[in-house]
Design a protein around this ligand. Structure first.
Ligand SMILES: Nc1ncnc2c1ncn2[C@@H]1O[C@H](COP(=O)(O)OP(=O)(O)OP(=O)(O)O)[C@@H](O)[C@H]1O
Ligand SMILES: [Mg+2]
Length: 253
């Protein structure tokens, strides 16, 4: 009942993941896989443990128990750099944008293009940033604008743009469309599909089931720190996913 019928070789496997915050059991023995070239929707109610699970994959939080495998090999992810080095790019729900830097500097944070290996190549940084913004249809007047003055939606687009311009195999997007307008949301969803066409895997966390149903291949549902269902998108319905999210499913079965 828990398992869908996708049986390819996963690129990522998180096994028996447990995480407590004091008395709160945020994750209770979670098994989570990401398959090659899939768009995977990770869904669940507020506080279900979604962000905690992906923060463990991105090295922001360490699990109390459990292991992570990539291509069947056990890996150590103890900080965000470990995760990035393994080809995993994450857009966090709480964004992490540096308010006092301009838009371009935020896009290239920590990987600024250099001249002669020393000086930041600002010309290239501004030009490449403008291209990323255009691709995402992000409405920001200038990449030289200070990020602290951006609107909520602009900040979110910027956070997505930053990660998507990185060369990763796996992209994890925690609520990438929550603050976005209709056009900006469509641009992000289209970008997610484009990434898949380029052979990448994408995990999308969203409360907007219409958004995730429009792009996802597979669903994983978390409820109160436990996986309650895994389904292929073409073998489930919005009603079934909602009933798993709310717990109505367990009462019925
Ligand atoms: N740093 C923390 N310290 C203490 N408790 C935490 C911390 N982070 C998360 N929690 C708790 O762990 C549980 C899972 O939280 P998490 O943020 O993973 O949920 P979520 O599924 O992402 O929810 P949402 O949809 O609201 O973003 C919640 O009960 C939350 O209060
Ligand atoms: Mg969350």
């Amino acid at each position: 009942m828990l398992n869908d019928k996708s049986n390819s070789n996963p690129i990522v496997e998180m096994k028996n993941i447990k995480k407590y915050f004091g008395h709160v059991k945020a994750l209770d023995d979670v098994d989570f896989e990401i398959n090659p070239q899939e768009i995977l929707a990770l869904v669940g109610d507020n506080g279900a443990g979604k962000s905690t699970l992906i923060k463990i994959l991105s090295g922001v939080i360490l699990p109390d128990e459990g292991s992570i495998y990539m291509n069947r090999k056990k890996v150590k992810i103890e900080n965000p750099n470990d995760s990035i080095k393994l080809g995993i790019g994450t857009v966090y729900q709480d964004l992490a944008i540096v308010d006092c830097l301009n838009v371009a500097a935020n896009i290239f944070l920590g990987r600024e293009p250099r001249r002669a290996g020393i000086f930041v190549n600002r010309k290239k940084m501004f030009k490449d940033s403008e291209e990323s913004l255009k691709k995402l249809k992000i409405k920001i007047d200038s990449v030289r604008q200070i990020a602290g003055y951006l609107s909520g939606g602009q900040r979110q687009s910027l956070a997505v743009g930053r990660v998507i311009s990185m060369d990763c195999d796996i992209f994890v997007l925690d609520e990438p469309t929550a603050a976005l307008g209709v056009e900006e949301s469509s641009a992000v969803l289209k970008l997610i599909k484009d990434l898949k066409d380029q052979g990448k895997s994408i995990v999308i966390i969203s409360h907007n089931l219409a958004h995730v149903f429009s792009v996802s291949d597979r669903f994983v549902v978390l409820r109160q720190g436990k996986i309650v269902g895994k389904r292929l998108a073409n073998e489930t319905t919005t009603e079934e996913i909602v009933s798993m999210i709310t717990g109505a499913y367990e009462l019925k079965n």
